[in-house]
Design a protein around this ligand. Structure first.
Ligand SMILES: C[S@@+](CC[C@H](N)C(=O)[O-])C[C@H]1O[C@@H](n2cnc3c(N)ncnc32)[C@H](O)[C@@H]1O
Length: 420
């Protein structure tokens, strides 16, 4: 009989111990279930509080999480009710809390009986909107017109989007391969190499994935390489490159560039190498701290600076962010982002172009960083970008959109002078 033991332990590691979500002990259904529970954590937490007559002691937090998982299996994943209830009861036993099997059984059955009444008793906006209060407040300030749509998008899984490796075949040819495999995707709106599925497909079913025909990449993320627009023979730095999605896209678009791909994290850089090998592209890979100037790298025609950020634009794909990220992290992130911009600017040749990128939707990490940089650096000016997303004085802001792209920010800066 199925149990949710691994799901409870995984959720506990993130929600109680504060570690990044790791699916290594989960099967595909378990992974979906824990991700969905994290995405709607505040809602299922509040429902569980409503259902329990009194809160469970801290040492039984695993049982509280178990009930949340059971509710999510029934409500969000539409699993059969009786199997979900049985799996929940079985889990209580396997957690060596046999005494709690009648409690979990009664709790879930009461929910199935009085669902709408219990739901209507939850009134806390944090639970209803499923985000921590500081994020909701920040969205309201930064996105006064758009925050309801952003919240909605964040509370649903993002679509599965592919990037076709045009060194291997055209997008149209890959669409034909998908058709032949009985799979249907639509061309994406933002990227000429992008394809989007209506519902996710296991990677093992994607024709030619192992041979580098395609990669998984959101269409908003695909804009980075397109906006940097690599030209034959250019020397390009991808300053925070791992796991290499954007580096690979740059090389697929223009294999004659000299790409220097750097990151501070050696294990993540291994994934850049694996991606280069799988996709049949090549670049120089360096483990370096780019928050400091690295003069030995020389200068570049173009730089992609995809800085570490709050990731507030991709919470639907990494819902643990809603639990792990704190408002107090923002100041440090912004200070780092300013340092990255300063140090990489020194690596740009006169006349060169730097694309500043984040997967954040907070102004503090985006146009505020860019506008302050422009004020302080007379040799920097902003280049226009295609009209995508929400208009901004500096750069473009894509917001996470249901059934479409994630949230990204891009600003393209040019350095005064000419040179090669
Ligand atoms: C947003 S992710 C980059 C994603 C990547 N551009 C892609 O498309 O696959 C930010 C990266 O910055 C790296 N990073 C963090 N601090 C760094 C530093 N001081 N120097 C260089 N890279 C750093 C992280 O290891 C992480 O891989």
């Amino acid at each position: 009989m199925r149990s949710f033991v691994n799901e409870v332990k995984t959720l506990q590691t993130t929600a109680v111990e504060g570690h990044i979500f790791d699916s290594k002990h989960l099967d595909p259904l378990g992974r979906l279930l824990v991700q969905a529970t994290l995405r709607q954590y505040f809602w299922f937490d509040a429902l569980t509080n409503e259902l329990l007559e009194k809160p469970l002691p801290k040492k039984h937090r695993d049982l509280h999480l178990l009930i949340m998982i059971g509710l999510c299996a029934i409500d969000t994943l539409n699993q059969p009710q009786h199997t979900s209830v049985n799996a929940t009861v079985e889990t209580a036993k396997r957690l060596n809390k046999r005494w709690a099997s009648s409690l979990t059984n009664a709790t879930l059955r009461r929910y199935l009986r009085d669902r709408s009444d219990i739901q209507s008793r939850v009134v806390d906006p944090v639970a209803i909107h499923n985000h921590p209060i500081w994020m909701l407040d920040q969205f309201r300030v930064d996105l006064p017109k758009h925050y309801p749509a952003v919240i909605l998008a964040n509370n649903h899984p993002g679509p599965m989007t592919l990037r076709v490796n045009i060194l291997r075949q055209s997008r149209a040819a890959y669409l034909d391969r998908l058709d032949a495999a009985g799979l249907h995707a639509e061309p994406s709106n933002l990227s000429p190499q992008g394809l989007q599925f209506k519902s996710p497909v296991p990677i093992s079913k994607l024709p030619g994935f192992e041979d580098g025909s395609v990669s998984i990449q959101d269409e908003g993320a695909q804009l980075a390489a397109l906006l940097l627009d690599p030209q034959p023979g250019e020397r390009i730095l991808d300053a925070c490159s791992a796991p290499g999605g954007k580096s690979c896209h740059l090389l697929e678009l223009e294999p004659s560039i000299t790409l220097v791909s750097t990151d501070i994290d050696p294990s993540r850089l291994e994934r850049v190498r694996d991606n280069f090998d799988r996709l049949g592209v090549d670049g120089e890979i360096n483990c370096l701290d780019l928050a400091q100037d690295q003069p030995q790298l020389g200068t570049f025609d173009k730089i992609l600076l995809d800085v570490p950020c709050s990731a507030s634009g991709v919470v639907r794909r990494h819902p643990d962010i809603k639990l792990l990220r704190r408002a107090s992290d923002l100041n440090d992130l912004v200070e780092h982002q300013k340092r990255f911009l300063l140090s990489t600017w020194a690596r740009l040749r006169p006349g060169g172009v730097l694309l500043y990128a984040t997967c954040s939707i907070f102004s503090a990490e985006n146009e505020r960083v860019v506008s302050q940089f422009l004020e302080a650096h007379p040799d920097a000016s902003i280049l226009p970008l295609p009209e995508v997303g929400v208009p901004r004085t500096f750069g473009v802001q894509l917001l996470p959109t249901q059934n479409a792209h994630d949230g990204f920010y891009y600003a393209r800066l040019i350095k005064a002078g000419t040179g090669s």
